[in-house]
Design a protein around this ligand. Structure first.
Ligand code: UDP
Length: 256
């Protein structure tokens, strides 16, 4: 069931179909530590996207020949559930999923101190439960948080956000409809403290000037998302600390 192309993606007041302004990101809700069987995990709701990430490791690597003598092997699998899109998706890994797994791994790798854990594996699983455009970016955001939640030493969190072009206007954080019916989509991953871009892809045609503006716009989006990521982590660990202190106090009272 394919959706009809809307007449306009952006109206005369520069408002998009979902009510956002050109440079607004979608509403985001993130949770960290949502799975008890993984070493680290995170979940994101971003607009209609629903994505879960789980991390195992550092742990013994199998098959052994994949072991690296001087660092951990970061392995990443991005997967879309069959029910995550309007047309049922085959559960078998598609070329697109293989590509996204690869670029996601490369976007996250510069942030992880893999050299601390030679001959081990860090396995990262990203499951898209519901997709509405920009899932590789949202996947990078939760994957980075899941790595942090697993206690893996990292330089900093990686954020990601797409910028694009629709109806001749530059827009931030594209939905599926804006991606499919617009003129260009450019996902970008970014480390805010290091000011380093770790992923840059683009579909479509833009002028050099538009390209430069899109890069800057996507970086601004990443900076906003980075703030949200940091707050989520801080809140989680402050709550955990408070819970620990309460437990300690209870234990002391019982012992007295
Ligand atoms: N999509 C789909 N079926 C598929 C793959 C993708 O409907 O088999 C949709 C989904 O909403 C996805 C969007 O197309 O988010 C854009 O896909 P793209 O390859 O650009 O990756 P993304 O923007 O999700 O990183």
């Amino acid at each position: 069931m394919s959706q009809k192309k809307p007449e306009k993606l952006v109206d005369e007041n520069n408002i998009r179909l979902d009510g956002r302004k050109l440079n607004d990101i979608r509403p985001v809700k993130i949770e960290v530590g949502v799975l008890s069987n993984a070493d680290g995990s995170a979940y994101i709701e971003q607009g209609k996207n629903r994505i879960l990430a789980g991390v195992y490791g550092p742990r013994e690597i199998h098959p052994r020949h994949q072991a690296l003598p001087d660092r951990a092997a970061l392995r990443c699998r991005y997967h879309m559930a069959p029910f995550s899109v309007q047309e049922r998706k085959s559960p078998a890994p598609s070329r697109r999923e293989q590509e996204i797994s690869k670029v996601m791994r490369e976007a996250l790798l510069p942030s992880v101190f893999t050299e601390y854990y030679p001959r081990t594996a860090i396995d990262l699983f990203v499951e898209v439960l519901q997709a509405d455009g920009g899932t590789r970016c949202a996947g990078i955001i939760v994957a980075s948080l899941a790595l942090a939640d697993a206690g893996i030493p990292m330089l900093e969190l990686v954020s990601a956000c797409a910028a694009g072009n629709a109806d001749g206007r530059l827009i931030l954080d594209l939905t599926d409809g804006e991606d499919k019916n617009g003129e260009a989509d450019m996902p970008l991953a970014y480390m805010s403290n290091s000011n380093a871009v770790t992923l840059l892809q683009m579909d479509g045609m833009v002028t050099q000037e538009e390209f430069e503006q899109m890069v800057n716009m996507a970086i601004e989006g990443c900076k906003q998302l980075n703030q949200i990521q940091k707050e989520v982590l801080k809140t989680k660990y402050l709550n955990a600390k408070e819970a620990d202190t309460e437990k300690e106090e209870e234990a002391k009272e019982e012992a007295a």
